[in-house]
Design a protein around this ligand. Structure first.
Ligand code: APR
Length: 199
């Protein structure tokens, strides 16, 4: 799939990439989870991450966090995922789609910004991110993809980690929406397009 090179003010290049797959099998310093505000676990990517990380993840979540408002994020260790190099799980809570008039766009952007801020705080150089709110929370895919890419690209312009953020996308429809959003951004934000030759 496609990637975007983001040239920072200091000349360093960060990378925003799209890939298809299971985020629990992806090696990154931190992975983002699409959680709920009770941090209660669930299905989808949340269920997959808790299964892969083992019960230690829920134990740590319960011990350290009472919940997480929509549009924000909390961080824990990665349980058994440390065995393949993941140091942290960042539990971000996106909005449930209720028609678009309840601040969903701001909440979705805020979930990504909060997740990236935590990744930066712990020094995670590489980050894997799912399509928050694009499953049971029902966010329209093209709108969600565009918000996700814009929020993460904006964060990557900041100094410090992460240097590589990869959206790991399970479903074909979601992957296609993210591809469309990335292409649209490349057309729109000319200075960010292309490879290192555009530096
Ligand atoms: N790896 C990557 N992506 C995945 C995986 C996986 N293993 N499993 C599912 N996905 C994708 C889905 O295909 C979807 O595109 O993650 C995206 C987000 O879907 P959900 O997991 O349903 O998340 P969301 O829509 O944000 O809803 C959150 O669902 O599981 C519950 O506890 C969670 O209540 C919360 C709600």
């Amino acid at each position: 799939m496609t990637a975007l090179q983001i040239v920072r003010p200091d000349g360093r290049v960060a990378r925003l990439a799209l890939t298809r797959g299971d985020i629990t099998r992806f090696q990154a310093d931190a992975i983002v989870n699409a959680a709920n505000s009770e941090l209660a676990g669930g299905g989808g990517v949340d269920g997959a991450i808790h299964i892969a990380a083992g019960p230690e993840l829920m134990t740590e979540l319960r011990a350290r966090h009472r919940g997480c408002p929509t549009g924000s994020a909390v961080i824990t260790g990665a349980g058994r995922l440390v065995e393949h190099g993941v140091g942290h799980v960042i539990h971000a809570v996106g909005p449930i789609w209720r028609g678009g008039g309840r601040g969903e766009a701001e909440q979705l952007a805020s979930a990504y910004h909060s997740a990236l801020a935590l990744a930066r705080e712990v020094g995670a150089v590489s980050l894997a991110i799912p399509a928050i709110s694009c499953g049971v929370y029902g966010y329209p895919l093209d709108a969600a993809a565009s918000i996700a890419i814009d929020a993460v690209a904006q964060e990557l312009t900041m100094p410090g980690p992460p240097d590589v953020a990869t959206f790991v996308l399970r479903s074909e429809a979601v992957a296609e929406a993210f591809e469309r959003a990335l292409s649209a951004r490349l057309d729109r934000v000319g200075e960010m397009a292309g490879g290192p030759d555009r530096k």
